[in-house]
Write a new protein. Structure first.
Length: 481
């Protein structure tokens, strides 16, 4: 049954509708509660009516018992007024009345069926024994059974009992009438609940329809104002999440536009320089050979710059495309960093920069050696490029039981505080003129950050302008999938 219901829900769009489900819930709650309330009212009425009839019967038959005792009925059974009173009681309570003496013989019977016969029952015996009235209700046959003692006025002993039954059919007849009226009322109630369920489901779903409208408006562009729908806590949380995603989409869109603009600019700049140099050579007459060589060297430099930009772009794109498939294997991190220092030492010597490698302990980690080498190389190379003559670059390698850390610090020019949050943006450069002089493209730190995030790691930069910069990289020793 559960499988069938799930199949129907999957196949029917109406059954998936929140509005329809709210309507069903309201209908079920209304119908079930109305039905239970109706049954409880009728059941309580029946119980109260039977209880009231029982109380009335006991009271009236006690009065009759006192009348029989005062009239000395057991010594004078031919009293016509008593017989008429018994007949009246029998008719009024729609039942049978028998008078039984101390010998358990029926003295009088309103049905005239058991006069002179013995009537022995446990209720009658107990009533003679303790003098207490007995009352029972037979729910199956719908009648009340009473045994009322008749006391002798002088000896105050039980000299007889009234054994009576009273039909409760009239109560059930009234209940049947009320049930029919309740059925008519239930039909009206169902109609009301149906309308109420439709209205309530529409009102309750309205905030979600507004959310859908806001989300669909994104099709027309990201210039959608932030909107808060505070009807429910859930709608508020959904809209907060949507606004957060929308803001991220805007930032990504702006970054994409800025990236395209920067790529176009960076690729055009070397081409423009080469064109200017080529035009100068072409338009000049009797240019010395030294000038030709100088211009050709400049054109070669611009070609190298163009090649560097394209290579970095391809590295970054490749990093993004293969971010889900790193070539992870156990790697000796000490040896890897030592190799980086060895390759960059000639550049450091050329710029009069001392390179220092400090190993706190041997570190083996599960990493993509190629990508991690590229990341650390970019950090050390930047530390050399943006340093001062006679300065230093220090690489510290350490590890704990979970991560290894690589700290690259330098005595360079530093990074302004307001630029620290943007240094990982593609093509962002703090000092564009200085970066161009030393051949920077503005992609190195973006590549580094992508490689570190690929390893589920983190990178943090601190800097004091004019004193130096420190980058701290933390990478898990075990690669986390």
């Amino acid at each position: 049954m559960k499988t069938i219901i799930s199949f129907l829900i999957q196949k029917s769009s109406i059954l998936k509708s929140l509005k329809f489900r709210i309507w069903v819930i309201v209908m079920l709650v209304g119908l079930i509660s109305s039905s239970i309330m109706s049954q409880n009212i009728l059941s309580n009425y029946r119980s109260r009516a039977v209880s009231q009839q029982t109380t009335t019967a006991v009271s009236q038959f006690r009065i009759l018992a006192n009348h029989l005792a005062s009239a000395d009925y057991f010594n004078d059974k031919e009293q016509e007024s008593i017989e008429n009173e018994l007949s009246l009681f029998s008719s009024f309570f729609s039942g049978r009345i028998m008078i039984i003496d101390s010998n358990f013989n029926v003295v009088s019977d309103s049905y005239q069926m058991s006069v002179g016969k013995a009537m022995i029952a446990s209720e009658i015996i107990n009533c003679f024994a303790d003098g207490n009235a007995v009352q029972n209700y037979d729910d199956v046959n719908k009648y009340i059974e009473l045994v009322i003692p008749i006391f002798n006025p002088e000896s105050e002993t039980v000299e007889g009992v009234i054994f009576a039954s009273s039909s409760t059919q009239s109560v059930y007849n009234t209940v049947d009438v009320l049930s029919r009226k309740a059925g008519i009322l239930m039909v009206a109630m169902i109609l009301f609940i149906f309308i109420f369920a439709v209205v309530m489901s529409s009102i309750l779903v309205r905030p979600f329809e507004r959310i859908t409208k806001v989300i669909n408006s994104v099709d027309n562009g990201l210039a959608v104002p932030e909107e808060k729908i505070l009807d429910y806590l859930e709608t508020e949380e959904i809209m907060n999440a949507f606004n957060t995603v929308l803001n991220r989409m805007r930032i990504l869109d702006e970054s994409r536009e800025e990236f395209v603009s920067n790529v176009s600019h960076e690729l055009k700049t070397p081409l423009a320089s080469m064109k200017v140099l080529a035009d100068s050579i072409r338009n000049a007459d009797d240019v010395p050979i030294e000038t030709y060589k100088e211009f050709m060297d400049d054109i070669g430099d611009e070609v190298d710059r163009e090649n560097t930009i394209i290579t970095d772009l391809l590295s970054l794109v490749k990093m993004d495309k293969t971010s889900g498939k790193p070539n992870i294997k156990p790697t000796d991190v000490n040896t890897m960093i030592a190799g980086i220092i060895k390759r960059l030492k000639p550049i450091g010597d050329k710029n009069d920069i001392e390179l220092i490698f400090n190993e706190e302990r041997t570190v083996n980690a599960e990493i993509d050696e190629t990508k991690m080498t590229l990341a650390i190389t970019n950090l050390v190379e930047n530390a050399i490029k943006y340093n001062k003559p006679g300065g230093w670059v220090r690489v510290d390698l350490d590890a704990d039981h979970q991560f290894f850390s690589c700290k690259v610090s330098d005595s360079g020019i530093g990074i302004p505080k307001d630029s620290l949050d943007r240094i990982y943006e593609r093509f962002y450069r703090v000092d564009k003129s200085h970066s161009r002089e030393i051949g920077g493209t503005g992609l190195g730190l973006a590549i580094t950050r992508s490689a570190i995030l690929l390893h589920r790691g983190a990178i943090k930069a601190t800097s004091i302008e004019g004193e130096g910069t420190t980058f701290v990289v933390r990478i898990p020793l075990k690669y986390v999938i």
